[in-house]
Structure formats: C-alpha cells, structure tokens
Design a protein around this ligand. Structure first.
Ligand code: PLP
Length: 491
C-alpha cells in the first residue's frame, strides 16, 4: 500500500517513509491511496485483548512493516503503563457508552497514538536505513505535547521540541510539560495560540535555512502532530475495539450500526472513526462536537470553512483550534482523491482564511452531524452527569456528551452511541470543580485535591506529585522566534 499527498503531487511513499517524513513535499498530508478493509468479522475479535485488536488493524495500513516489527511496537506501546487492565475501558453512563481513551501515562487520549509512534518511527529508521537522527517538532494545544515528550524522552536518535500556547493550556497541562525530564527534550511556551504554533511549525518544515542547518548537523525533521500518518493509524484501532466491546456486552448484534460522538479539535480523532467505518465497522453518524470555537459546526452546516472569526480560550483548551488540519484528509477522500481540488481549497484557506467545498464533498458530509457547547453548557453537562450517574467527565468529554444530547433531540435517533472520553477530569480540575460546585474558589493543584475529595475518583498516577516536580523548561518565545530557536538548538 502506498501513501500519497492530499494535494495531489506524484509522490508515493511506503508507510515507514511517510512516518519519517511527517508531511508531504507539496505541504499536503499523507493519505493511504485506498482505505484497506478489515477482512475479519468484528465478532471474531470478541474476547481478544487490546493488543490483539490493534494487531488486526495496524498491519492493514502499515503493510511494509513485518509482523514481528509490528508485534514489537504494539507490545511495547500498550503495556502496564496503561492504568486500566483493558487499556481502553468502555463504560456505560447515562444514555451513552464512554470509550475511555485516557488511561495512559499523560491522562489524555493522545497517549493512544504517542505510546506507539516512537516505536513505529525508530523501526522505520532502521527499515529505511536512515542515517540521520530525527528532530521532532510538535505544536500542541496542551495534550499532544506531554504525550509526545513522554513517548520520545531519551529515545536514542531523536530530539523532541514542543511549542505550546503560554496562555492557552491548563496549569496541569503546562506543568506536565515544563517538568519533563530527558536529555533530548525541549519545551517552549509561545505568545500566541495553538493555530499560531501549528502554522509556525508547518512553516519551519518548509524553511530551507532550517533544513540546511539540520542536514549539516545530521538531523532531519519529523512531526508528532496528527498530521503524521503514524499518529492517525493507531487511533483507528480503538474504534474497532469499542465496537467489539459493545458486541461482547450484547448492546448490539453483529452488523448493527453505532454512532460515535467525538470532541474535536484538529479532526484527527474523528477522522480515525471515519477510517474505521471505511474499513467495515458499521457506523451510522459521526457526531462532531466543538466548543465555542465552532468553525467545524458551521462548516458541516454550510459547506463553507471560515476561520475569520474570534478565537476563544475555553475550559476545553485542547479543542481551541480554528484550523483543523486533518479535515484536509477527509476532504481528499470525499473528493474521490482529487488532489488538485484540495490544493486549491488549501491555498484559498491560506490566502483568505476560507473556502467552500464542492457538491460532491457536501454529499459525503451527510454522515456528519456538527454541534457545539458553550462554556455554561459544558459545565452543566459535567454537573448533571455527575449528579444523575456518578460519572465524572472532563471538559472535552462533556462537550461531546452535550452535543450528543442535541443530536438525539434533533433526530430522535436511539442508535447506541460511543462517546470518545478524551481526558481525565483532573487535567482540567479548575473548570471541573467549579462545574460540580459553582461556589468553589480553589484553583491549580488545590483544585485537583478538591475534585478528589468531592468525587473519590482516583488521581491518575502520572499526575501525582506534579506540583512538587522541578520546572526544567521556562523559556517563552514570541511567535516569530520559533524558527531561529530551532536553528539554534541544532546548529
Ligand atoms: C487533542 C484533544 C482533543 C481533540 O482531538 P483532535 O484529534 O485534535 O480532534 C479532544 N480532547 C482532548 C482532551 C484532546 O487532548
């Protein structure tokens, strides 16, 4: 199977090469030429553990890796560092099924892909006889940064550089990153938002000066953002897993459809669900949930993507994004692989901040329902779920749940629905404690303790003692200093 660019150039790559490169030469994103079929009935996966399910999915996309190579990667990624024995528990609460993706080391769903990406990448480097070392540049809205740092810390042959918006992440998220250990880790706050960080990183990838300095020092660039196909592919597995658990529990019968509801920022997670459907998992509706930064809600309703709008810092900061990179991949597939059309829209986005899709693409979007939750609705969802079911949702998951309620009210659809539970409530404890009790005034790490006392939910091991760890990274950069910083690091 080959990967090619969403923007249509005639560059064809095996998956290992695409994972090393991160982004295509024409600035597009690598996509599989065709989405492979699962070739096994979901019922045959009942009773298999998470690694076995991942082993049924990943080889279909990564067919240039040998069975032994993939087994090595999967076994090392999904081991005891996940605090839940099932790796990804599926929990019924209220009228929905929560796919709990946050039991990894950094307590957010990014661990699902970033636990395995370092193994996929280092294996790829051996396979492709890559002589250079790899410099991984990552822009983060809060959770990718820590998960990437944790995954790549002290991995031989790699350096990892993370840029996060200084005033756009929660205290727990920030402290997780700034206390990161490892001799190959570099973390910088930036004065700007996630879109600024992501655009700067994409520019660095195409900066000849950076490329030259890195080449002279024996490095090449790659990305740990979900623009890297090595991030996306592992995420497909957990939708297959989620479907199989609903079969196992008798919630659905073989062949029956489910919906998925996904709190969405960069569109990677929900795109993985789309890939799962194309592989053969029966999914009816993709419920795309946004926070106040609801550019995707409007896009799904109108077919017009328009980022010219106010940017809000919300209580679900990992979704504070106006340019959802992975949407480009969906558009490519819905346009029947017409890369020129995608290139045209993306250059319009760069020029004017907006574009409109064709009728063909709009037709393909009919399986997507778009909605959003404002701050008050998010807080209300956390409180009512906790009061009615004793189930604790983080702010992002709460956005997903609220939009699922809107979907049900609008359509009357009672199809069993998996909601992607994307983070532990403790990462956003300030907002969560205030949602549970508006009279609370505690902030920061005191809020973590307050949530623990109030709910009795266990604090994830990775967050324990965080307030006492030494801050090792405290440099804050202006937006235009990113590329010179990278040059300085690697000169
Ligand atoms: C990254 C993130 C999201 C958004 O996921 P995308 O793949 O970027 O759409 C949602 N919730 C949390 C907690 C996240 O960390």
């Amino acid at each position: 199977m080959n990967y090619r660019s969403t923007r249509g150039s005639n560059e064809y790559k095996r998956s290992a090469e695409a994972i090393i490169k991160g982004i295509a030469e024409d600035k597009g994103l690598y996509v599989p030429e065709r989405i492979p079929a699962l070739e096994i009935e979901p019922t045959e996966l009942i009773g298999k553990d998470y690694r076995q399910v991942a082993s049924a999915v990943l080889p279909k996309f990564l067919d240039d890796y040998s069975q032994e190579e993939l087994a090595h990667c999967i076994d090392r990624a999904y081991d005891e560092k996940f605090e839940a024995a099932e790796v990804v528990p599926v929990v019924k609460a209220g009228d929905a099924y929560f796919l709990e993706l946050y039991h990894g080391k950094t307590a957010a769903f990014k661990d699902m892909a970033l636990s395995i990406l370092p193994y996929l990448l280092t294996t790829a480097m051996v396979k492709e006889n890559e002589a250079n070392k790899i410099a991984i540049l990552t822009a983060t809205s809060g959770d990718t940064g820590k998960a990437a740092l944790e995954g790549f810390a002290d991995v031989e042959g790699t350096e990892i550089v993370v840029f996060y918006p200084r005033d756009g992440v929660s205290l727990v998220q920030e402290r997780q990153m700034t206390t990161q250990e490892g001799n190959n880790t570099h973390v910088f706050g930036i004065k700007g938002n996630f879109d600024d960080a992501q655009s700067a990183v994409k520019q660095i990838f195409n900066d000849p000066e950076v490329a030259k300095v890195l080449a002279e020092s024996g490095y090449r660039l790659s990305s740990a953002n979900s623009i890297n196909i090595g991030r996306l592919v592992p995420q497909v597995a957990y939708y297959v897993w989620g479907y199989v658990q609903l079969l196992k529990d008798g919630v659905i019968q073989a062949g029956e459809k489910i919906n998925v509801a996904v709190p969405t920022g960069n569109f990677g997670n929900i795109l993985a669900a789309y890939y799962a459907k194309e592989m053969g998992i029966p999914i009816k509706t993709f419920i795309c949930a946004s926070n106040q930064n609801n550019v995707l809600t409007d896009f799904i309703h109108t077919g017009i993507y328009d980022r010219n709008r106010n940017f809000f810092v919300t209580s679900s900061p990992s979704m504070d994004i106006l340019i959802s990179s992975n949407l480009e991949r969906l558009l490519y597939h819905l346009a029947g692989g017409n890369g020129e059309e995608i290139a045209e829209m993306m250059s319009e986005l760069e020029r004017n901040g907006s574009y409109e899709v064709s009728d063909l693409i709009r037709k393909g979007l009919e399986d997507f329902y778009g909605g959003f939750a404002n701050e008050e609705e998010t807080a209300k969802a956390i409180l009512s779920m906790y009061e009615n079911s004793g189930y604790l949702m983080d702010t992002h998951t709460a956005v997903g749940y609220k939009v699922y309620q809107d979907y049900k009210n609008a359509t009357g659809d009672e199809t069993p629905t998996l909601i992607a539970a994307t983070a532990s409530a403790y990462k956003f404890a300030d907002s969560v404690i205030r949602a549970l009790d508006p009279s609370e005034t505690v902030t920061g790490f005191a809020a973590v303790d307050a949530v623990a006392i109030k709910t009795g939910v266990k604090v994830p091991t990775g967050l324990e003692g965080l307030s006492r760890r030494t801050v090792r990274h405290d440099v804050v950069l202006a937006r235009d200093e990113l590329s010179e910083t990278v040059v300085r690091l690697f000169r």
